[in-house]
Design a protein around this ligand. Structure first.
Ligand code: COA
Length: 396
């Protein structure tokens, strides 16, 4: 039996399964969905096309695209049961907790929950993807004492999400900006939340159980919660003159600079490069441009000081510049991870299908890693359970 403590490397560099869905090359700074570079997809594909690409494996034809648009539109309404559930939540509830609860509620409403037919589960995926945006927008309004918006089935997913939040149609630029955010966040191989979804799927749990676990994993500060924390960091720093002392203090006290570093990329995250330029353009001349400029300065000084003080070469990740963009959209900071989730649900669904229907491996296998027990034993074996009188306070 191993008893010597092992270093917990958080599964870094450990390959756990094959996948056909997406590829990250951490050295080259490349991300591809089904073999297509994110740089091209960002310029040329819509989120609807990405959904089909991720879930079905190839770019949609015109017929596929109109089918998927029709189905997303058909499922777009807010079910009464979900609305009632949202109205019962505390207004101060964390929106990611609310989303997790809503996914569980949506499971009650899907008659195909236990289906073993891929086409049927694919359809449930479209229902979930469509309603994810509906629920997120409805919660934004309900918690601000406003009526949820009746959504138009004929709109694009991005336009309808925008309308659900702001109760007006977006301009073309606003719609394109949301669509791009959705395209960029849709998948990223075996990141923490996607691996969570796959792990739950491997137990043969249904789609909604798997995805709600993914929402929980995404909510953490080191994952999807980072975009909210980048904005909190920028607001705390407040002004360019405060950047240097703030960064020194942060590094010297062993704290992390949010939005910098990545578990896989050892060069710039391609999504960060795209979003830097998008943020520059989208915020130009607006009040929120201040936060973009401050972000540029934090990136520069943060990277310099991490190099000097910790000999680390860290680059901004996807969350760094998505943050001022979302702030510029007038969203509350705690809604930022929800926007991430509204996009990532497509990737989660694709990975659920791949895991469940063994599309990349010969058969599904239950994930079950091994742990090294370094806790109490008695002379190398299990201990005897002590009677009440034989126990001492503070023994452990
Ligand atoms: C994303 C992240 C978890 C990846 O980490 P990683 O490179 O795999 O490695 P670890 O978390 O083990 O960190 C390794 C070392 O780098 C340091 N480090 C990593 N990211 C850092 C950051 N943003 N600021 C300061 N130090 C950082 C850690 O403190 C640790 O230092 P130590 O060895 O002295 O304890 C990490 O970079 C991070 O926490 N970034 C900030 C949160 C964030 O933006 N998350 C979104 C990711 S898309």
């Amino acid at each position: 039996m191993e008893t010597e403590s092992i270093k917990n490397i958080g599964l870094r560099g450990v390959t756990v399964a094959d996948t056909h869905i997406s590829m990250v090359d951490g050295k080259a700074g490349e991300l591809a969905y089904r073999g297509f570079s994110i740089k091209d997809l960002a310029q040329q594909a819509t989120y609807e096309e990405i959904i089909f690409l991720l879930l079905m494996g190839s770019p949609p034809t015109r017929k596929h695209l109109s089918e998927i648009e029709e189905r997303l539109g058909r499922y777009r309404s807010l079910p009464d049961e979900v609305r009632s559930m949202l109205e019962c939540r505390k207004k101060e509830a964390d929106p990611m907790d609310v989303m997790q609860g809503a996914v569980a509620t949506l499971a009650d409403l899907d008659p195909d929950l236990q289906s073993d037919d891929r086409n049927v589960v694919y359809n449930s995926c479209l229902k979930l993807i469509s309603r994810f945006a509906t629920v997120a927008a409805a919660w934004h309004r309900i918690r601000n004492d406003r009526e949820p918006v009746e959504l138009d089935a004929g709109q694009s997913h991005a336009a309808s999400f925008f309308q659900g939040i702001h109760d007006r149609e977006p301009t073309k630029e606003e719609e394109d900006l949301i669509d791009l955010m959705l395209v960029l966040h849709a998948d990223h191989t075996f990141n923490a939340s996607t691996f969570t979804v796959r792990e739950v799927a491997s137990t043969q749990a249904h789609l909604y159980a798997s995805v709600s676990a993914g929402v929980g994993a995404l909510s953490g500060a080191l994952h999807g919660g980072a975009n909210a924390n980048v904005m909190r960091m920028l607001l705390e720093i407040g002004d360019k003159n405060n950047v240097e002392p703030w960064i020194h203090d942060q590094i010297d006290s062993g704290k992390r600079i949010m939005g910098l570093g990545h578990a896989v990329y050892k060069t710039e995250d391609p999504r960060a490069g795209i979003l830097r330029e998008v943020a520059r353009k989208a915020l130009e001349g607006k009040d929120e441009e201040k936060w973009f400029d401050l972000g540029l300065h934090v990136e520069k000084i943060g990277r310099e000081q991490l190099r000097i003080k910790k000999n680390m070469d860290l680059y901004p990740n996807v969350d760094f510049y998505s943050s001022p963009i979302l702030y510029g959209q007038g969203l509350a900071i705690d809604m930022f991870p929800v926007v991430f989730a509204v996009s990532r649900v497509a990737g989660w669904c694709a990975h659920y299908l791949e895991e469940r229907f063994a599309e990349a491996q010969p058969k599904p296998a239950l994930y079950r890693p091994k742990a090294n027990y370094t806790g109490v034993l008695c002379e190398g074996t299990v201990c005897e359970w002590p009677g009440m009188d034989e126990r001492f306070e503070n023994e452990r």
